[in-house]
Ligand binder design. Sequence first.
Ligand code: IMP
Ligand code: MG
Length: 180
Amino acid sequence: MEDIIKDILIKEDEIQKRIKELGKEITNDYKGKDLVVIGILKGAVIFMAELVKSIELPITLDFMSVSSYGKSSISTGEVRIIKDLDFSVEGKDLLIVEDIIDTGLTLNYLTELLEKRGANSVKICTLLDKPDRRTVGVKVDYLGFEVPDEFIVGYGLDYAEHYRNLPFIGTLKEELYLNE
Ligand code: IMP
Ligand code: MG
């Protein structure tokens, strides 16, 4: 599988160390609150599974699956809900967990939606951020790592649904996606 990877940007032990730090921060910030951790399928699953083990609070979990209209990496701004949450968010403190923030369109839309549904608070925790690509404002409350404007795979992030299971964060060789 290594022949599709250009560079390893972040190794497994570094990622795990950072996730534990984020878990501690979240534990301190949400003491006494009714925290619901919302994972955005499928990219956030691997990060989220590890993150919640470091949150020492009686949280609950929920999941949402969304897709932006249009092809592959080109986001158009409209977000389609493929799987909605199982539970009501009214009065709850929500932490949305995402794999990566790119243009910001997905999380900009979801944050507004969940606020409209009557959540008490909505915050964002993302493993990765590509700030150079932002087109709409998103407040990132908890961040794992900043990454350059390249195509990233591993630790939940896919290229055409593959490579989510790589135990590190890497860049994909350009010849694999530039001539699409
Ligand atoms: P945004 O709405 O543009 O912020 O898109 C965020 C979503 O695009 C993420 O949840 C990922 O699914 C996907 N995405 C953005 N950049 C990458 C990348 O480098 N590798 C894999 N998926 C990406
Ligand atoms: Mg995603």
